[in-house]
Design a protein around this ligand. Structure first.
Ligand code: IFM
Length: 468
């Protein structure tokens, strides 16, 4: 907190001070980002092409045709960006590595310059006393692998494990916390099912096949990371969850809410924690199960050290009079509720319930909230401040929800806000700002928003001696 400017820190109200002191000693506070969303420099230092480069270059796929070629230029500004973590007072940083920077063709020759970038990042983090949380796959699959079928090809699972080993061998002496996949639900369903994300395939059967190979890749990578790193390393997966709540008590609403839960939450959770796809899932999708080779489910359910939970909102389901597929359930907006720019309801209670459920129903022992945050339309007047009161409120209320989950016994170890800085929001281009740090895209200037200042003063309070 040495370079903290006291005049710039939002003053916490006393309930916020009390909130900060409800978190146990050692609770880890961080912020998260992902490679394609922030790095830019897509043609530098030997980086290969990713499916997002190709998808973003395809007319009609991304709002305003925007791409990640430059984004917030983090590749060139990495050290200065990490200074912001220190300024806010964060103890951990969750970032992802771009597979095509390290293996430009997906497999084969390693591009040392690509690895060097992350090597320098890890050293810089450790020099600042910030714990690196490395995600191996946040959706930027090498295009060469997509050309061979991408995640619908079982071979990709093995190539992912090979890539994981390359990275683990290089960084495993310093990185202790590893995440295999980020939100495989999105990679599978949005990438191969409805085609909203790269590679843009619209084939629901391909999505369930891709999901299986993503999960298999995860399980294979867990073993390879453990073999390649010291025994103290920890390996987990990051899943996205959207809890489903019924809008009313009609039988069709109860049925459809269960479908939504199976599709949005249990599809990936149960293979990882129980070694099975949810009973009735493929029937509810009216799809054929993927080819499951002997031993796959054991590999997929290899015990992990922690689970990363990404959560932003919930779904409220209104049953349809005639039966629908699990991915066609009707959701409704709640009158009077607050919605972010993503049209996602602000509902902190559903995060509390989710965290408690993961522990109580699924026995998950170590939980991190690896992403949580909000997009609001920030206005910058050219000055030194961004007054993002709605994001401050969102952050405060969701931290209170996390605290409630702790009180209810959920084994939570840390929280990462999404995102450190505004960045490329996939098919929505640059239209949605999630950062606690504002980025003026034309000049690349960074300005810590009021939410970032609020987080900073919250952390300063957290680090004080707990009140007896
Ligand atoms: O920006 C994304 C991130 O890449 C994955 N989780 C959700 C965020 C907000 O949509």
């Amino acid at each position: 907190m040495s370079n903290r400017n006291i005049n710039e820190i939002a003053v916490l109200s006393s309930p916020d001070v009390e909130l900060s002191r409800t978190f146990p000693t050692g609770f880890l506070w961080g912020a998260a980002t992902a490679s394609y969303q922030i790095e830019g420099a897509v043609n530098e230092d030997g980086r290969g092409v990713s499916i997002w480069d190709t998808f973003a270059a395809t007319p009609g796929k991304i709002l305003n045709g925007e791409n990640g070629d430059v984004t917030i230029d983090h590749y060139h500004r990495m050290l200065a960006d990490l200074d912001i973590l220190s300024e806010i007072g964060l103890a951990a940083y969750r970032f992802s590595l771009a597979w095509p920077r390290i293996l430009p063709n997906g497999s084969g020759t390693v591009n040392e310059k690509g690895l060097d970038f992350y090597d320098r990042m890890v050293d810089a983090l450790l020099a600042k006393g910030i714990r690196p949380f490395a995600t191996l796959y946040h959706w930027d699959l090498p295009q060469a692998l997509q050309d061979a079928g991408g995640w619908t090809n079982r071979e990709t699972s093995y190539r992912f494990a090979d890539y994981a080993e390359v990275v683990a061998r290089r960084l495993g002496d310093r990185v202790q916390d590893w995440m295999t996949l980020n939100e495989p639900w999105c990679a599978a369903y949005l990438g191969y099912g409805n085609g909203v994300h790269a590679p843009g395939i619209k084939d629901r059967q391909a999505a369930v096949n891709a999901a299986h190979h993503l999960l298999l890749g995860h399980g294979l990578a867990v073993a390879r990371i453990r073999e390649s790193t010291p025994a103290t390393s920890r390996v987990g997966i990051v899943l996205n969850f959207t809890p489903a709540y019924p809008a009313d008590d009609r039988p069709e609403t109860i049925r459809d809410t269960a479908f939504a839960d199976m599709f949005s939450n249990r599809w990936f959770l149960e293979p990882v924690t129980r070694g099975n796809y949810p009973a009735g899932f493929f029937e509810a999708m009216q799809l054929t199960p993927p080819l499951i080779a002997e031993g796959d489910m054991e590999i997929i359910s290899t015990p992990i050290d922690f689970m990363g939970v990404n959560n932003y909102t919930r779904n409220v389901v209104a049953g349809s009079p005639t039966p629908v597929l699990a991915d066609e359930v009707r959701t409704v907006n709640v009158p009077g509720a607050i919605y972010t720019e993503m049209d996602w309801e602000v509902n902190p209670q559903s995060l509390t319930d989710l965290l408690v459920r993961l522990y109580a129903e699924y026995g998950v022992q170590n939980l991190y909230v690896t992403e949580n945050g909000s997009a609001f339309a920030d206005q910058w007047d050219g000055g030194a401040h961004i007054h993002d009161a709605q994001r401050v409120e969102y952050l405060r209320d969701y931290l209170a929800a996390v605290s409630d989950a702790l009180k209810r016994g959920a084994p939570l170890r840390g929280y990462f806000v999404w995102s450190l800085m505004d960045n490329y929001e996939w098919e929505r281009g640059y239209s949605k700002r999630f950062g606690v740090v504002y980025v003026d895209y034309p000049t690349q200037r960074r300005i810590i928003k009021d939410s970032g200042r609020w987080y900073q003063s919250f952390l300063a309070e957290y680090s004080q001696e707990p009140v007896q």
